[in-house]
Write a protein that binds this ligand. Structure first.
Ligand code: ATP
Length: 322
């Protein structure tokens, strides 16, 4: 099934404000998630990630603002929205006495699948999650990682177009995390739109296309990942030398169209205006001037760096405003 059946944006959140009895958890949050994207929802404890997910899942009623999923308002049309959405909460529960097959059958029936489709859906989902040989095992006897997989299976049994996952990898060992990451890539390849919260940024980095950073109930930043940090007309480059050379900084400062950032005698990071030819020409010039260039490459930010930069920008903006 294609996730992009006409909608460019799968989730649209507009001016969302959410209050607990004595605390405002979300302040006029607005963003859109493209169909087929995988968005890493990041932020410190208490930022509002779970609250935001619960609002998108239609489990909380906001004070103000609107949320649409595939152009349907989640408050006005909850049943239709739930048909095309899967949600794994941070503290999920399984019926301990049911077998894996029964857990999946129950989820399929509660998602409204017709009885004739349930057996096939259970088989396909178990296959997708590597649970095919566990179908008759009682869920209460499964390891944490396998229970997590059953819970994800319950969330995707109806082949949703949108999947919300709150801390899906918590408590998993490295191998289980790797297989979860592979599953998310597979779900995205099948056209699903994913919103995944986690504190383990390196892991989100493996499969996320976008980052949504929250802090104190406000959006710090929403952006596509894997793009160069420099503006589109320039590129961020990192050069390292095999041995220190005091002339490196001076040489780079003399270069037209170059903005120097972090640097010392052995390495430098800078933005260079221009295309591949400009990059190649600078490398050739450094080598020709006798610099022992060890590496010279375009530098793309990972999720951790992107997130820390959002926080830095936020702090300096707040400092500037003070
Ligand atoms: P974590 O990373 O720790 O899971 P989070 O980003 O998911 O945090 P939320 O659980 O959404 O954050 O909480 C946002 C804010 O709302 C926090 O300040 C939290 O204390 C508060 N909060 C959450 N649930 C309730 C509740 N039921 N009643 C009152 N305040 C709450």
């Amino acid at each position: 099934m294609s996730a992009t059946q006409g909608e460019e944006f799968m989730i649209t959140v507009s001016d969302l404000t959410f209050d607990y009895a004595s605390h405002r958890a979300l302040h006029q949050v607005s963003f859109t998630l493209e169909a087929g994207s995988v968005t890493a929802l990041v932020g410190p404890n208490g930022a509002g990630k779970t609250t935001l997910m619960r609002c998108i899942a239609g489990l909380e009623v906001p004070l103000s603002g609107t949320i649409t999923v595939a152009d349907m308002d989640v408050i006005e049309r909850p049943r239709e929205v739930h048909r095309l959405m899967g949600y794994l909460s941070d503290f999920f529960g399984l019926y301990q006495e049911l077998t894996v097959a029964q857990c999946l059958e129950y989820a399929a029936a509660s998602q409204g699948l017709p009885p004739s489709a349930i057996e096939g859906a259970v088989r396909d989902t178990a296959q997708r999650l590597g649970l095919a040989d566990r179908l008759s095992q009682v869920s209460g006897t499964l390891s944490r990682g396998l229970r997590q997989r059953v819970a994800i299976g319950q969330a995707i049994i109806h082949n949703p177009r949108v999947l919300l996952l709150d801390e899906p990898a918590s408590g998993l060992d490295p191998e289980a995390r790797a297989s979860l990451a592979a599953l998310f890539r597979q779900l995205q390849a099948s056209g699903m739109t994913l919103l995944v919260s986690s504190h383990i940024l390196a892991e989100l980095d493996e499969y996320s296309s976008h980052m949504l950073a929250l802090r104190d109930g406000r959006i710090l930043e929403y952006r596509a990942l894997g793009q160069n940090i420099a503006a589109a007309t320039s590129r961020r480059i990192r050069v390292t030398l095999a041995r220190p050379d005091a002339a490196l900084t001076e040489r780079l400062r003399a270069q037209a169209g170059l903005t120097l950032h972090a640097h010392d005698e052995s390495s430098a990071e800078f933005d260079l205006e221009g295309d591949d030819a400009a990059q190649a020409a600078l490398l050739a010039a450094l080598v020709a001037s006798g610099m022992p260039v060890l590496s010279f490459a375009e530098h793309k930010e990972n999720l951790q760096q992107s997130y820390l930069r959002s926080i830095e920008n936020h702090q300096s903006a707040a400092g500037g405003a003070a």
